[in-house]
Design a protein around this ligand. Structure first.
Ligand SMILES: Nc1ncnc2c1ncn2[C@@H]1O[C@H](COP(=O)(O)OP(=O)(O)O)[C@@H](O)[C@H]1O
Ligand SMILES: [Mg+2]
Length: 269
């Protein structure tokens, strides 16, 4: 598209807070930055120095933490599975309070989902079928941010990944797993093209707007009463969904960034 791009790892940006209290950065002269990292410090510093980031530092931070995402999106008319934040524990020797576990049991029933707030690729998502499993999972996660969530049984091993670019749905795929309640491709889920109806599109666009995202991949569960937002990925990989749908997601994102920064369409398109 006629835009020269340089690629830097986040640790090569040379951002620092100096002794005189000013901010410094080795980079300058760029119109914008396609920020593919989740490093919140570098993102905040680049923005403070005037760089336009795709996505913004705040949006990446809010998506990185699944509980924070839900809190931010609450009261925006977006259905989500009932979710309880887990109180943090600062002493690894201290057992998780029985009251907390009984509360989860009472509010969410079994099976119940326990998630690390910062997990990805399905690795931090667990299911507990009874009090013994709930206690074991809560003990494992007690010193890092995590949450408890209603298990959406109708969606077992199945969800939809929807890519939103600039407030528009550009691609979607259904993911199904045979051997796991988690449908992540990395855990054996298989994707196939999916045509979102208006309700699903609206839900995903509303979530992306609510979080201030230029680009995202929303995971949506099939609830008994309708769709339920599962999580929003600010840094969603697009290689898999491009292969499944044949849609050039990267190009859609690049075009959107071009239009946002320079106004019209690039000559080279
Ligand atoms: N509350 C839930 N009920 C049923 N399945 C769930 C629930 N939460 C997550 N899953 C399944 O687990 C997968 C991974 O969960 P997700 O929250 O998207 O975490 P990750 O960031 O690891 O992808 C989802 O794609 C979905 O298939
Ligand atoms: Mg996910």
């Amino acid at each position: 598209m006629g835009v020269q791009a340089d690629i830097y790892p986040a640790d090569a940006l040379g951002c620092a807070v100096e002794e005189d209290g000013s901010l410094s950065c080795a980079l300058s002269g760029y119109d914008f930055c396609v920020y593919l990292d989740k490093d919140k410090y570098a993102a905040r510093m680049l923005e403070k120095l005037g760089m336009r980031l795709f996505n913004s530092a705040r949006a990446v931070e809010d998506c990185d933490d699944k509980m924070q995402t839900f809190i931010r999106l609450a009261d925006m008319g977006i259905p989500m599975p009932k979710t309880l934040p887990a109180p943090l524990c600062y002493d690894p020797q201290m057992p998780v309070k029985e009251d907390i576990l009984r509360g989860v049991e009472r509010e969410l029933g079994y099976p119940v989902i326990i998630k690390s707030a910062y997990g990805s690729l399905g690795a931090g998502v667990f299911m507990a079928s009874d009090g013994v499993q709930l206690k074991a999972a809560a003990e494992r996660l007690k010193c890092s941010p995590h949450l408890f969530q209603r298990y959406v049984a109708e969606s077992c091993g199945r969800d939809v990944r929807v890519i939103v670019v600039g407030g528009r749905v550009v691609a979607a795929m259904e993911r199904r797993s045979r051997g796991d309640f988690r449908s992540n491709i990395e855990l054996g889920g298989v994707g196939r093209p999916f045509t979102p109806d208006e309700g699903l599109s609206k839900l995903c666009v509303r979530a992306a707007d609510g979080l201030g995202l230029d680009y995202c991949g929303a995971d949506v569960l099939f609830g008994r009463e309708g769709y339920l937002l599962c999580e929003v990925n600010s840094n969603a990989f697009f290689g898999g969904i491009e292969r499944v749908t044949g849609i050039n997601v990267a190009r859609e994102y690049a075009l959107y960034m071009y239009k946002t920064i320079y106004g019209g369409m690039p000559d080279a398109v």
